[in-house]
Design a protein around this ligand. Structure first.
Ligand SMILES: Nc1ncnc2c1ncn2[C@@H]1O[C@H](COP(=O)(O)OP(=O)(O)O)[C@@H](O)[C@H]1O
Ligand SMILES: N[C@@H](CCOP(=O)(O)O)C(=O)O
Length: 316
């Protein structure tokens, strides 16, 4: 009987999108691919691309820690041997959801290796696979664990579901998500600086309370953003105004806030991507040139599309 290997393909995500702090997120066409098998001698991790030579190559690796947590949660046995190969394209600590992608990959791979996928998505056509070692772990179980490990749901929701998502937590059973189809006119451009800012650090810059007027303004703009992203891209500039997190985070990424303001002054809808320091701009044919001339050489300009499929797992 051969030991199966699986590959998870997980998209980058941009969370918040301006006024939707910890709620709104967009999946992007930039992917990490992680292949896992319960073979080898102990735990080995090979990393190609982003994070190579930086992230630990043992039990401390985020994907390995996530797989262990997932196997515990599904009641599956912990394998002694685990071989991971990570081909990473999502830059780390830039606000493009690298940690969420790693967490979603880890949970989906753990589920596939344990044979714990729900009946309809199970990779069990291959008769050589051993019997499932755990009870079915639903897509909602995957989302709930990913939210718990990441600490906020707005990146893991679009990473798993693709497209544009609105995520929320409680009260009641687990986190929720609504997936919407973004308008075909939505053209995200990531402006990625060389510097990093860990999400944890950027969250530490936020105040415990905000003025009621700012909260009210954000609620209105977040509602407008749902309309702008799905039906009215012409409203993206007013719809991406934020008063709840971007300015508070300026001390951690002054160049990012400066670029967001300069682009917006030129009429380009631009926001801090996630917790930064990447800037996410929405371009139209005419604005891509303005973006390029405003940005200069210190930023990597990466035109992307919306990923509409979300994370998935295949036989390797
Ligand atoms: N693919 C990965 N493999 C291993 N560790 C990762 C991976 N992606 C992210 N991480 C860990 O998460 C950290 C970045 O997470 P975070 O601060 O949330 O930024 P991001 O906005 O990129 O998600 C990295 O410094 C690294 O420790
Ligand atoms: N809502 C979170 C989003 C963090 O996204 P990331 O890609 O920077 O991890 C926040 O703003 O803290």
């Amino acid at each position: 009987m051969s030991t199966p290997a699986f590959t998870a393909r997980v998209p980058a995500t941009s969370a918040n999108l301006g006024p939707g702090f910890d709620a709104l997120g967009l999946a992007l066409t930039l992917y990490d691919e992680v292949t896992a098998a319960t073979t080898g001698n102990g735990v080995t991790v090979e990393v190609i691309g982003e994070g190579a030579g930086e992230v630990p190559a043992d039990e401390r690796h985020l994907v390995v820690r996530t797989m262990r947590a997932a196997w515990d949660r599904m009641g599956a046995a912990q394998p002694e041997n685990l071989t991971l190969r990570c081909h990473n394209r999502i830059p780390h600590g830039r606000g493009l959801g690298s940690s969420s992608a790693a967490i979603c990959a880890g949970i989906l791979l753990a589920r596939a290796l344990a044979g714990a996928e729900p009946e309809d998505t199970r990779h069990r056509a291959d008769a050589k696979l051993s019997a499932p070692s755990a009870k079915p772990f639903s897509d909602q179980d995957v989302y709930a664990l990913a939210d718990e490990l990441e600490g906020h749901p707005d990146n893991v929701a679009p990473c798993l579901a693709g497209g544009f998502t609105i995520a929320w937590r409680g009260p009641g059973a687990g986190p929720g998500l609504a997936r919407l189809e973004p308008s075909p006119e939505i053209r995200p451009v990531a402006l990625v600086p060389g510097t990093r800012l860990l999400t944890e650090t950027a969250r530490g810059l936020l105040p415990a309370a905000v003025p009621h007027a700012d909260a009210a303004a954000n609620a209105g703009r977040a509602a407008l953003l749902v309309a702008a992203l799905t039906q009215r891209p012409d409203l993206l500039l007013p719809a991406t105004e934020d008063r709840l997190h971007q300015d508070y985070r300026e001390p951690g990424m002054p160049d990012t806030l400066d670029l967001v303001r300069r682009l917006r002054a030129r009429g380009v809808p631009a926001v801090v991507s996630g917790a930064g320091p990447t800037v996410l701009a929405f371009s139209s044919g005419e604005t891509l040139d303005s973006i390029a001339s405003e940005v200069g050489n210190a930023w990597h300009i990466q035109p992307l599309n919306v990923d509409r499929d979300g994370a998935h797992v295949l036989f390797a």
